[in-house]
Design a protein around this ligand. Structure first.
Ligand code: TTP
Ligand code: MG
Length: 381
């Protein structure tokens, strides 16, 4: 299963709007920023040639490009344009996720018959943006969010880059590791210590070395270097996590009571996840002790799930691993890290007989709860 994800990102967004509204600024280095923090919000592409970039102190930008025009941030003006663009993108696909003021992902997997070929669609989006807002954007098309984002950045400004499934690894070969999500100063140093500066080099490392150096993140690095990213495009209004918690009638350290509460919560969460058609990989246990100290413990499981039993059993395990230091006043469980539909299907095909049985049971319980109310039917432990 291969997805088709678009990443749309406006070019030099704030600066481009300033140049649009004030024709005298067009073609000139324009730096938007200042204010309380005294940093550059963004710079026009003309100013970037002098080395000016977002988050740089204004005084430094002045030094690099003294003849630039400095303008203050006009947030409401940018927001108004942003809202129009996002509303338009939402009309193309309901699976649209806005990730910042000027960028969004669209999941158009399986919509070719409806929306036409992805490149033609991307061209139509660029045209609409230019005509309706007077601005340019760059679009990346790829099998998943991570690669789509790298692709939109590839040919900025006014770019359009499509990376097909079988081109992903080649495309990422020379990518500087700093472009990988999660690689900050510390990871960069470790990677450099291994002689690694490009994504393609990570792919050639044994996984054992990566996990030794980076722990769990090592595995993510390997997946990213292969261009794999299972994360779903989450539409606005769709939850990023689903959780349930209760303050107990009385503080307790009785593990049976805690488990009973977790079981009921897992039941509710499982039903809500299934209603949304989601499957999540990370299960989180939340405990608040009687002194209000809050702890959360999370576990990421191999395959995304919507099964009440898996959610409940993972929560139980997290609870059992926790040394209760005092009585507990609140307990809760949550599911997050929802995965993309392509990945969901791939996983679904591999459902074991036991999974299948649990899944039928979940559906049956959902149906009865829907008809007769929530508390009519509960599974035994
Ligand atoms: P970006 O999309 O990161 O940058 P951009 O649109 O200006 O340029 P590019 O062509 O490279 O996409 O961010 C969008 C807007 O968000 C940007 O115009 C200003 C604002 N912003 C900040 O205020 N501070 C920051 O540090 C960054 C990165 C962006
Ligand atoms: Mg941008």
């Amino acid at each position: 299963m291969k997805g088709t994800i678009l990443h749309i990102d406006m070019d030099a967004f704030y600066a481009a709007i300033e140049q649009l509204d004030n024709p005298r600024l067009r073609g000139k280095p324009v730096i938007v920023g200042g204010g309380m923090r005294g940093v550059v919000s963004t710079a026009s592409y003309e100013a970037r040639e002098f080395g000016v970039h977002s988050a740089m102190p204004i005084f430094q930008a002045k030094r690099l490009c003294p003849r630039a025009v400095f303008v203050p941030v006009r947030m409401s003006r940018y927001q108004e344009t942003s809202r129009r663009i996002m509303a338009f993108l939402n009309t193309i696909s309901p699976v649209c996720e806005q990730v910042s003021i000027d960028e969004a992902y669209l999941d158009i997997t399986g919509t070719e018959r409806l929306l036409g070929d992805p490149i033609a669609l991307a061209k139509r989006i660029k045209e609409w943006v230019r005509e309706e807002t007077g601005l340019t954007c760059s679009i990346g098309i790829a099998p998943n969010k991570f690669v789509a984002k790298i692709a939109s950045d590839w040919d900025k400004p006014d770019g359009l880059t499509m990376i097909r499934h079988d081109e992903v690894e080649d495309f990422l070969d020379d990518l500087p590791v700093t472009k990988l999500p999660g690689v900050g100063k510390r990871a960069l140093k470790t990677l450099e210590g291994l002689g690694i500066t490009q994504a393609g080099q990570i792919r050639k490392l044994p996984e054992a070395i990566l996990t030794k150096k980076f722990g769990k993140f090592g595995r993510s690095l390997l997946e990213l270097s292969r261009g794999l990213d299972p994360s779903a495009v989450v539409s606005h209004g769709e939850p990023k996590s689903i959780s349930n918690e209760n303050t107990l009638g009385e503080d307790t350290d009785d593990i049976e009571i805690l488990m009973k509460t977790l079981a009921a919560q897992s039941e509710t969460i499982g039903r809500r996840i299934r209603t949304h058609g989601l499957r999540g990989r990370t299960i989180t246990l939340k405990l608040k002790y009687s002194d209000f100290r809050l702890v959360t413990r999370a576990r990421t499981i191999d395959g995304p799930t919507n099964s009440t039993k898996i959610i409940r059993d993972t929560a139980f395990e997290l609870l059992k691993n926790e040394q209760l230091r005092s009585k507990v006043r609140l307990v809760g469980v949550g599911v997050s890290n929802f995965q993309s539909s392509a990945r969901q299907l791939a996983f679904f095909e591999k459902l074991s007989i036991e999974d299948e049985r649990q899944s039928r049971l979940d559906m049956a319980i959902d149906e009865v709860s829907g008809k007769f109310g929530r508390d009519k039917l509960k599974r035994g432990r």
